[in-house]
Design a protein around this ligand. Structure first.
Ligand code: GLA
Length: 641
């Protein structure tokens, strides 16, 4: 009678299923999920897994419920696999990844909603009778709703109350929500969106659902977030760049948009090098004949009218300046005005014979097809194997519509959206294996595909196209509900509100970089950038490996936001506060969190020493006159040895 996790249709058109327990296995460690991103154990001692095997004797369906317990964190992951072990094909109409029963209805649901340039704002509502959910049917996670939800006590705060968090390791259409029934019980669910989904299981075939990462905290939303941060940093992101310092990059997008050439890029690189910036990223517009967003996606060959002397020349010159080099691709897309479209008009996602909706003047390539994926991978390989590319920004600027594939039979058309996601994962996997030293950053019109699935392939994701530091506060606070600072692409730009100090204070809460033309700096600004670069290095460890405490949320306070990072050993803390709107009061007291009450900390600004207990219970009094919109400060404390 309630929202089910599995639905199928057998050869008689019936959806009945009797799923009986058969056996189980418990083992140390955790198996990989075939073709899908998932958390992993660094050592077998870290995780214990349980598999429960069930069978339906009527149709031969074999169901494996997969659980893994991360014992040191309050984390359980859950997934499910079904196999058609019977004699007839079966249509799998839904297979959600998790279903959790809570014994009451007295909870709030927290979700992250938004739109382009306003991603992941926090929404919190009390549960009501009936179903309440967020979802996407766009073939991607979307700007509109993230695939993380939390069910928390009505009174839960950052520091108090029971919280259950659910983050789906998936980047396609999803559903996440809960149902409160007439007995006041809550069922929480999360998984692939059953809307327009079906999977044809021939004899012996299997279907693996994605994994849900489930976190419990008995001490508030802050602990829940920090647990997600730990599991994502340690057990989800991978590769060389997981644990080493990411380069400070400068991206030319907001500086030039499509209007650049080799000279312009080298001008940017030259000035950047002087400031200590470590990598130049050449964004959209270097390929085909692309001078605006109307053409050339799919034509991944260098436009030598702009990149005069060729790509190798540009990369060599950038390297000579001491900078690494990064490049932009949008691999899953095709422009109607492209060589590729002329050669293969049926390679895009479409319903044959019907109108195709265009968005940002482009179609989506049919990544459910191996031939399409192989072609794109090979084109990318050609560029990346002959040039020394240290970083790749993988963009995705529109969602899927009229979902169909010219290469699949009718009974498999409802598989296309999921096959597309699997195809994207496959190409990302090949790419990261072929170029293990290259840093991959995901992006989707800003933060439209910021999800745990993508973090398995790229340790950082561009958080939003909105680089205004005051608006970024809400975006970053919301994103931090689930995702650690080390994954959040954050840049200082030439945006109008607030000065460069505040822009940097906000961007430091992320991977940190620049998105502007340094040739337009005044001398004073150039000096400031040098100081910011030094700060990035100084605070890197406490931000990237430390614990985040949200002190004042912009969703609860219209005047100020404040947050802090504390190192794991509690020997170091970095506190930042930003004035959003000039407050009436003068000066305020900010109580810190997460410190060791018994330790003494020195305030680096003035050498004053305070106990951790004092900083947390009495707080620091910030009595500065003239707090104006966009002002900010940061304070650095170190434990006295
Ligand atoms: C998206 C990205 C931007 C930029 C443009 C290029 O909007 O989010 O950062 O790369 O595409 O077209």
């Amino acid at each position: 009678f309630r929202e089910p996790c599995m639905q199928l249709m057998d050869k008689y058109g019936m959806s009945a299923c009797e799923c009986y327990y058969d056996s189980y296995a418990i083992y140390k460690g955790k198996k990989k999920l075939e073709g899908l991103p998932a958390t992993y154990a660094n050592t077998d001692d870290e995780v214990t897994s349980l598999e429960v095997y069930c069978k339906d004797p009527h149709n031969g369906l074999e169901i494996t419920l997969q659980y893994s317990v991360f014992e040191k964190l309050d984390v359980i992951t859950r997934s499910v696999k079904v196999k058609n072990g019977g004699a007839d094909p079966i249509e799998l109409r839904r297979l959600l990844s998790a279903c959790v029963e809570l014994d009451s209805k007295d909870y709030d649901m927290i979700t992250l909603y938004g739109t382009w340039a306003r991603e992941r704002h926090v929404q919190r509502n009390p549960l009501h009778f009936g179903k309440q959910l967020v979802d996407s049917c766009r073939g991607a996670t979307s700007h509109a709703h993230n695939n993380f939800i939390a069910i928390v006590d009505h009174k839960a705060t950052e520091d108090y109350g029971d919280c259950y968090g659910f983050a789906l390791c998936y980047s396609g259409s999803f559903v996440a929500g809960c149902e409160v029934n007439q007995y006041e019980k809550t069922r929480v669910f999360s998984g692939i969106n059953p809307y327009d989904f079906s999977w044809h299981l021939d004899l012996g075939e299997e279907f693996q659902a994605p994994e849900v990462i489930m976190v419990f905290s008995a001490s508030g939303i802050g602990t829940m977030s920090r647990t997600f941060h730990d599991v994502m940093r340690n057990n989800l992101t991978r590769g060389k760049w997981k644990d080493i310092r990411r380069p400070i990059l400068i991206n030319n997008w907001e500086a030039t948009y499509f209007n650049f050439d080799t000279d312009k890029l080298l001008d940017i690189a030259r000035e950047s090098a002087k400031a200590g910036i470590e990598m130049l990223v050449m964004d959209d517009g270097w390929f085909g004949h692309r001078n605006d967003d109307k053409s050339s996606l799919g034509d991944w060959f260098v436009n030598e009218d702009k990149i005069k002397g060729g790509l190798k020349h540009l990369v060599d010159e950038v390297n000579k300046l001491g900078l690494k080099f990064g490049i932009w691709f949008e691999p899953e897309m095709i422009s109607p005005d492209s060589e590729l479209y002329k050669a293969h008009p049926d390679w895009c996602i479409h319903v044959p014979g019907r109108e195709k909706s265009i968005a940002r003047h482009q179609y989506v390539l049919d990544f459910s097809r191996k031939d399409v994926r192989d072609y794109i991978f090979n084109e990318m390989y050609k560029v990346l194997s002959v040039n020394k590319v240290d970083y790749l920004k993988w963009d995705f600027n529109r969602n899927l519509s009229e979902i169909g594939s010219a290469a699949l039979p009718p009974e498999r058309q409802k598989e296309v959206a999921h096959r597309f996601v699997l195809g994207t994962y496959e190409v990302m996997d090949r790419l990261t294996k072929a170029f293990p030293d290259m840093l991959l950053e995901n992006c989707s019109g800003g933060g439209g595909r910021f999800d745990p699935g993508m973090l398995y392939y790229s340790p950082q994701i561009w958080t939003s196209d909105n680089t205004d530091p005051l608006e970024r506060l809400s975006i970053q606070f919301g994103t931090s509900m689930c995702y650690p600072a080390s994954t959040m692409g954050a840049h200082v730009s030439a945006s109008k509100r607030a000065g460069y100090d505040t822009k940097a204070n906000v961007a430091l809460w992320g991977t940190f970089g620049y998105e502007l033309d340094p040739n337009r700096f005044t001398e004073e600004e150039s000096e400031l950038i040098k100081a910011q670069v030094a700060e990035y290095h100084k605070y890197y460890d406490v931000i990237h490996y430390g614990e985040l405490y949200r002190l004042i949320s912009p969703f609860e306070n219209e005047f100020r936001a404040a947050w802090m990072f504390v190192s794991q050993d509690k020997d170091e803390a970095l506190v930042t506060s930003v004035v959003i709107k000039r407050p009436e009061d003068r000066g305020f007291t900010l109580r810190l969190k997460g410190l060791d009450p018994a330790k003494y900390y020195v305030d680096e600004d003035d050498g004053e020493i305070y106990s951790g207990a004092l900083l947390m219970n009495a707080g620091i009094c910030l009595d500065f006159n003239g707090e104006w919109d966009g002002d900010s400060f940061k304070k650095h404390f170190k434990a006295v040895k």
